[in-house]
Ligand binder design. Sequence first.
Ligand SMILES: [Zn+2]
Length: 50
Amino acid sequence: MVQMAQMVCGSCRQLFSYPEGTRQDKCSCCETVNFVLEGFFLLLMSVSCV
Ligand SMILES: [Zn+2]
């Protein structure tokens, strides 16, 4: 079973659900492709540790 997470669309600010572990997903409201920030923060953390 896929766990769902939620994020706010950067375009229309609607909260929508996406399957956890995905890198990007389309907003169900305006169909803007949003990138999942979790991976971005992990990348920043790994850079700052070097
Ligand atoms: Zn949207």
